[in-house]
Write a protein of this length. Structure first.
Length: 178
C-alpha cells in the first residue's frame, strides 16, 4: 500500500502505540556485569540495556511528550572517571537497521562466534571476547534508531518523520543529547 493510500489510524491504534512507548519508557534498565581481556588487560564493565525518550523540542522547556522510545545498550568501564573517559555512540546508517550487527559482530566487547568461512553455525550461538572491540578506548553506547531493533515511535506521524533522513538524524542526535 502506498503512503497516499495508507488508511488513517483509528483512535484505538493511536492509543495502543502511545501506551506501548510509555510502557517501554517506564521499564527499568537491565544491568549486568562482565569482563573482557584486551591486549593482556582485564577490563570489568557494566552492561546496561535501556530505553531513552526522544521528544520534539529538545531539552528546554518547550520539550514535548516523548515521540519515541529508543533502545540502547551501553558498556561502561568499571572504576573509570566518567568526566574523562570518552564515549562512542554507535549506530548503523539509517533509517532502517538496528545496531546489532555492529554490537555483536564488530565493535562490542563480545562477539558472536562464526565459522572460518564466515557463515553462522546452528544455534545455540556462542559469544567470545572481541579482540577487535573499541572498548579499551571508549565506553560504548549502541543505539537502535526508531523502528529498528526494539525502538518504537509513539505515533504514525512520528514514525514517518523519524524514518526520513533528517528525522533519523534528529532522533539520533536527541537520543545522544538525552
Amino acid at each position: 500500500m502506498s503512503e497516499a493510500t495508507t488508511p488513517p489510524q483509528s483512535d484505538e491504534a493511536k492509543k495502543r502505540l502511545r501506551d506501548k512507548v510509555d510502557k517501554l519508557l517506564s521499564t527499568a534498565p537491565c544491568k549486568s556485569e562482565a569482563s573482557i581481556t584486551l591486549n593482556g588487560r582485564a577490563m570489568k564493565y557494566s552492561a546496561v540495556a535501556d530505553f531513552i525518550p526522544v521528544s520534539a523540542g529538545g531539552l528546554d522547556d518547550k520539550r514535548g511528550e516523548p515521540e519515541a522510545a529508543v533502545f540502547t545498550t551501553s558498556y561502561l568501564l568499571d572504576g573509570a572517571d566518567p568526566t574523562t573517559r570518552p564515549v562512542c555512540f554507535v549506530f548503523n546508517g539509517g533509517p532502517g537497521s538496528a545496531s546489532i550487527w555492529l554490537h555483536l559482530g564488530a565493535l562490542g566487547p563480545k562477539r558472536v562466534v562464526i565459522r572460518e568461512d564466515c557463515t553462522m553455525p546452528p544455534p545455540p550461538y556462542v559469544v567470545t571476547d572481541n579482540q577487535d572491540s573499541w572498548f579499551e578506548h571508549f565506553d560504548l553506547v549502541f543505539i537502535d534508531p526508531p523502528h529498528t531493533g526494539y525502538s518504537l515511535t509513539a505515533s504514525e506521524d512520528a514514525r514517518k518523520k523519524m524514518l526520513s533522513v533528517d528525522g533519523d538524524v534528529e532522533a539520533l542526535a536527541e537520543c545522544i543529547r538525552t
